[in-house]
Design a protein around this ligand. Structure first.
Ligand code: SF4
Ligand code: SF4
Ligand code: SF4
Length: 178
């Protein structure tokens, strides 16, 4: 990976929320490095983030692009466990695998692993996830841990797809061979 992309990525919050319009912090870093995207598209990074990117790239500071969303204080997701129907749709959406649970069982968020990205909210069919700003809730603010967990999440999803394809191919072979 080019050094400039790495340096840009190091300044991004690793919330992995996609509000910048890219599929995570690293793709946004790549787009900034190639000039495809401006430096003001990261709401979690806020003005401080724009200033840091401007300093790195020797560019003028510009205002945060509010079409990407407002800068909000750090929040964590909390599941109303009495309402959760155990559909597991939030599991796939969570970039840091901060949600635990199994099909048809209640799910819960490990606050220490939650980046506050909001991505689990839209898939929930019963709207039982809320984002809370509360100093008593720990949250994942360590960028390196968030980056690593997102990398493993992507690996896990790709591996699941591969395993499903292998299983389907084996079934097909069995049917054809019968
Ligand atoms: S924190 Fe969200 S908006 Fe900022 S770069 Fe990462 S994915 Fe994009
Ligand atoms: S629990 Fe929800 S808000 Fe927290 S990191 Fe996962 S998807 Fe994002
Ligand atoms: S998407 Fe909502 S209902 Fe489904 S498991 Fe997650 S929290 Fe529970």
């Amino acid at each position: 990976m080019p050094t400039l992309v790495k340096k840009i990525d190091a300044l991004l919050p690793q919330t992995q929320c996609t509000q910048c319009g890219f599929a995570g912090c690293m793709p946004y870093a790549e787009a900034i490095a190639t000039g495809e995207a401006d430096i003001n598209r990261c709401p979690p990074g806020g003005t401080a983030g724009v200033q840091a990117l401007a300093a790195l790239l020797h560019r003028p500071v510009v205002a945060l692009d509010l079409t990407c969303g407002p800068h909000l204080p750090h929040r964590v997701a909390v599941i109303d466990e009495a309402t959760c129907i155990g559909c597991a749709k939030c599991l796939k959406a969570c970039p840091t695998d901060a949600i635990i649970g199994a099909n048809k069982f209640m799910h819960t968020v490990i606050a220490e692993l939650c980046t506050g990205c909001d991505l689990c909210i839209p898939p929930c069919p019963v709207d039982c996830i809320v984002m809370l700003e509360d100093a008593n809730f720990p949250a994942l603010t360590n960028k390196d841990v968030a980056r690593d967990r997102f990398g493993f999440h992507q690996f896990r999803l790709a591996r699941n797809v591969q395993e499903r394809q292998t299983l389907l191919a084996e079934k097909e072979r069995a049917v054809l061979g019968a």
